[in-house]
Design a protein around this ligand. Structure first.
Ligand SMILES: Nc1nc2c(ncn2[C@@H]2O[C@H](COP(=O)(O)OP(=O)(O)OP(=O)(O)O)[C@@H](O)[C@H]2O)c(=O)[nH]1
Ligand SMILES: [Mg+2]
Length: 312
């Protein structure tokens, strides 16, 4: 028993999250020190469900339990089903010490990736950011820390995410052919210690089941032709109605950005009236979000319909 408790104290549970092909499974293998997860170059998601592996005991290091998740933002996967599966990670790997948000240094962030903050919040609640680390794979080409910082600060999406994660960001190199791969891994393991306060601070969120329920209930409204932003707004609104205001108090991050930049041209647009009318929750969500942010007019682009809509 004593042994079990001691080994549990020395365990670090880590969840990998990110777009297909960004290097989640490879990062998981680097942490484990052996190739347990399948990794390969593919435009389709290689990892299709949550998968957990443990590292072998090494005296000098904690034991790692790593949960790999299927890729996000994959056009072939229903966003809601994908989110529910990624959310399941905290059920198969309870009380994680770190969520590692995996990006690649060599591929540009997609339009959809700007919703990462909102989707994380929708899946796991605001608390998730206390245990998040942003990791860029294929990170061997940066000259030094300043070069890497210049790189991620070039992307407003990355910068916002890093800020949200209290500036926890690193680059690693998973390729064994590269000489400096150990350095990046050491930085990552050190950061896992820091974010979890030496294993004492884990993600433990009491309202997770409400998030699952809201997501699952929303499934029937999902339509791949409707912009992601519309869906996220509707789900956020559903959470607002389900959870107390001190638990779910934020509007969507990207919505705030739309307001700040004057509304139009931020990428996604908002669903046209016909689509909105067919999904009552979406209509309410837009009403709430737009109303509270005092947007005058929102330009709607959905299913080929372009029109101006007034929400209050
Ligand atoms: N050179 C280099 N290649 C990498 C690195 N990380 C991942 N790769 C390669 O990128 C490809 C995709 O990596 P995976 O780890 O399978 O990506 P994933 O995020 O798990 O992808 P899905 O399971 O499809 O969501 C593989 O061919 C990896 O070998 C890295 O740091 N450097
Ligand atoms: Mg994978």
């Amino acid at each position: 028993m004593e042994y079990l408790m001691a080994s549990e104290e020395n365990e670090r549970r880590v969840i990998l999250i990110g777009k297909t092909g960004n290097g989640k499974s490879s990062t998981g293998n680097s942490i484990l020190g052996e190739k347990k997860f399948e990794e390969k170059q593919s435009t389709k998601s290689v990892t299709s469900g949550c998968e957990v592996h443990r590292s072998i005991d090494r005296n000098s290091r904690p034991r790692y339990v790593v949960c790999d998740t299927p890729g996000f933002w994959d056009a072939d996967v229903n966003l809601i089903d994908g989110a529910l599966e990624v959310q399941r990670s905290v059920k198969v790997c309870e009380k994680p010490h770190a969520f590692i948000l995996v990006f690649s240094s060599t591929s540009r962030m997609t339009q959809d990736e700007k919703y990462t903050i909102d989707l994380l919040r929708i899946m796991f609640g605001e608390k998730v950011f206390d245990n998040c680390i942003v990791v860029f794979t294929r990170g061997s080409d940066f000259k030094d820390a300043a070069d890497f910082e210049r790189f991620w600060k070039e992307s407003p999406v990355a910068e916002a995410l890093v800020t949200k994660c209290s500036n926890r960001v690193i680059n690693i190199e998973n390729s064994k052919d590269t000489s400096n791969n150990k350095e990046g891994l050491d930085r990552l393991l050190t950061m896992i210690e820091e974010v979890s306060n030496g294993g004492r601070k884990t993600y433990n969120y009491l309202w997770l089941n409400s998030h699952t329920e809201v997501l699952a209930n929303y499934r029937k409204y999902y339509d791949a032709d409707v912009p992601i932003h519309t869906h996220l707004s509707a789900i956020a609104n559903g959470l607002g109605r389900t959870l107390k205001s001190n638990i779910w108090k934020n509007g969507l991050f990207v919505t705030a950005a739309i307001v700040a930049t004057g509304g139009v041209g931020y990428g996604a647009g908002i669903a046209g009236a016909a689509v909105v009318r067919s999904i009552p929750t979406i209509a309410t969500a837009l009403g709430t979000v737009a109303g509270s942010a005092s947007i005058g007019v929102v330009l709607g682009v959905g299913k080929g319909i372009i029109q101006r809509m007034k929400f209050w």
